[in-house]
Design a binder for this molecule. Structure first.
Ligand SMILES: Cc1cc2nc3c(=O)[nH]c(=O)nc-3n(C[C@H](O)[C@H](O)[C@H](O)COP(=O)(O)OP(=O)(O)OC[C@H]3O[C@@H](n4cnc5c(N)ncnc54)[C@H](O)[C@@H]3O)c2cc1C
Length: 322
């Protein structure tokens, strides 16, 4: 796997002084939490001392925590401990680490490493969900920053690497799954990117195995099904006994586009145990619009819609709402 990571070509370093930075990437443009905000967050997590070199989370980790820096410094690194390792960003006291994948239950694509000793506040992902539901000001701040980071990572092409031909139907299928799930990835197009050939040689992948997806800290996937890809990213449905879809439900909605989502919400709000089966990504065609990120899926507070992540298997949306 080390070889896989080392072989992937790197996008530019965000923190590098040699490269242009957008305003929001300059130190000071990222949100720094106030004393009062830190006090609130302390109710949800635990504080720990950290030393240089400590790894706070690592690429490939199935879950990761929200880390708030109280004192010291920490870096988000891509291709950690590989020859082509690079620093995406450095965080300082009062700043927090993470991006939207943390809320979606996605695997970590990057590694967080302490670069100056200090103290951190560690908040488990479940507690971050509690913050999102209970702390209005903080939830807006965290969500906005997570979305900004996600769009920067998407622009950089950080995260997954897809290698495949533009003429290949499976490459097109995987591109659609990645795009519609709004995942940050880099597409090395076989016909035009020299890096694609170099990567295939280093990984000793024959052309017959294409398309491939390189998951940071994870497996090398050879022409995976859409479901296998989502599984590898930690985005598929959990088993029924872990909050996943029930084996029996009152209403099954096939397709998680606007129509399916609306039907599911109405079904659930009538007290029906409702399940959505979606094979690519929730949001349907609406998710392919460049303005799709302006859409916020919501449901009445007395009818919580759970588990909106995409998967080929069913997801329970809600039950027992009056
Ligand atoms: C780029 C773009 C911009 C648009 N802009 C606008 C706009 O500004 N205003 C507007 O009103 N409309 C707009 N539309 C149209 C709008 O998005 C569609 O009318 C709307 O999405 C249709 O909703 P739907 O739920 O009926 O179907 P879809 O959105 O097509 O959803 C169907 C869902 O079913 C899933 N599915 C299909 N087969 C299966 C299966 N066998 N098993 C499981 N799941 C399955 C699909 O993956 C998909 O998620 C736009 C469309 C696009 C592509």
């Amino acid at each position: 796997m080390d070889q896989v990571l080392a072989a992937a070509t790197s996008p530019p370093v965000v923190d590098s002084p040699a490269l242009p930075q957008t305003a929001s990437e300059q130190p000071g443009y990222r949100p720094t939490l106030s004393g009062a905000q830190l006090e609130v967050l302390h109710r949800y997590g635990t504080e720990h001392p950290v030393a240089i070199g400590d790894v706070l989370f690592r690429d490939g980790d199935e879950r990761y925590d929200l880390i708030v820096l109280i004192k010291g410094e920490a870096r988000i690194v891509e291709h950690y401990a590989q020859p082509d390792e690079f620093v995406i960003v450095t965080y300082r006291p009062g700043e927090f680490m993470g991006e939207i994948g943390l809320l979606a239950g996605q695997r970590a694509y990057f590694t967080a490493v302490v670069s100056a000793p200090g103290r951190i506040l560690r908040i488990a992902a479940e507690q971050v969900h509690a913050i999102m539901g209970q702390e209005l000001e903080l939830s807006e701040l965290i969500l906005r920053e997570f979305l900004v980071r996600h769009s920067k990572l998407t622009r950089l092409g950080s995260g997954l690497t897809l290698v495949g031909s533009r003429f290949d139907i499976d490459t097109r299928r995987l591109l659609e799954v990645l795009s519609r799930n709004r995942l940050s990835f880099r597409w090395l197009e076989l016909e035009s990117e020299h890096a694609a050939e170099a990567l295939l040689q280093r990984l000793t992948v024959p052309l017959a195995d294409l398309p491939i997806v390189v998951v940071p800290g994870g497996e090398l996937l050879r022409n995976p099904s859409s479901r296998a890809l989502l599984d590898a990213l930690g985005l598929s449905a959990p088993p029924p006994d872990d909050g996943g879809p029930p084996e029996v439900c009152d209403l099954l909605v096939v397709g998680g586009g606007p129509a399916g989502l609306a039907a599911a919400v109405y079904g659930a709000s009538e007290g029906l145990t409702t399940t959505i089966a979606e094979d690519t990504a929730l949001g349907g065609q609406a998710g392919t619009s460049s303005l799709g990120s302006r859409i916020t899926w919501a449901s009445p507070p007395d009818c919580p819609v759970r588990s909106w992540q995409p998967a080929q298997s069913c997801r329970r949306t809600s039950s027992g709402c009056a």
